[in-house]
Design a protein around this ligand. Structure first.
Ligand code: TYD
Length: 135
């Protein structure tokens, strides 16, 4: 089951015996200009991050190190995506609830966001989100 608009982006990968290189350009490798970048790291075993949706924000989530799962919901259907490679980006459009879990030791999430941080853009209550998504 794939939620509408959610998709895996394959990022450029320059393989090199000295070590691989991956890069991302806004509007080219991700479908928006990148306004903000944040990382989630040092996640203790069993902890969960996220647990919200955005009214307008779009994001791409990349596993820079280790692995973790992103669990998505459009208010009706759910989808689980495991991320473990630095050259895959999970594109999450607006109005998709998400949380991240199952972080491995040294799991690091890099998140590219289409807008600056704005608390007013968050849905933090799943039932309110679900009602809005259904309308
Ligand atoms: P939050 O988005 O709630 O984290 P999670 O994705 O795990 O739910 O953010 C946690 C805190 O960090 C919250 O107080 C807001 C702050 N924050 C910023 O100030 N700027 C940011 O870009 C982000 C992502 C969070």
């Amino acid at each position: 089951m794939s939620l509408a608009g959610v998709r895996m982006l394959q990022l450029p990968r320059i393989a090199d015996p000295r070590g691989n290189l991956t890069f991302v350009e806004g509007q080219k490798h991700v479908p928006f200009e990148i306004a903000r970048v944040y990382t989630i790291y040092n996640v203790p075993g069993g902890e969960r991050r996220g647990g919200h949706a955005y009214r307008t924000l779009q994001e791409v989530v990349i596993s820079l190190s280790g692995s973790f799962d992103v669990v998505l919901s459009d208010g009706r259907d759910t989808q689980r995506v495991s991320l473990a490679r630095a050259y895959y980006g999970l594109y999450i459009p607006r109005m998709v609830w998400r949380h991240m879990e199952n972080f491995s030791t040294n799991g690091i999430a890099l998140v590219l966001a289409s807008q600056h941080y704005d608390e007013a853009d968050y849905f933090r209550d799943y039932e309110i989100f679900r009602g809005e998504a259904a309308s």
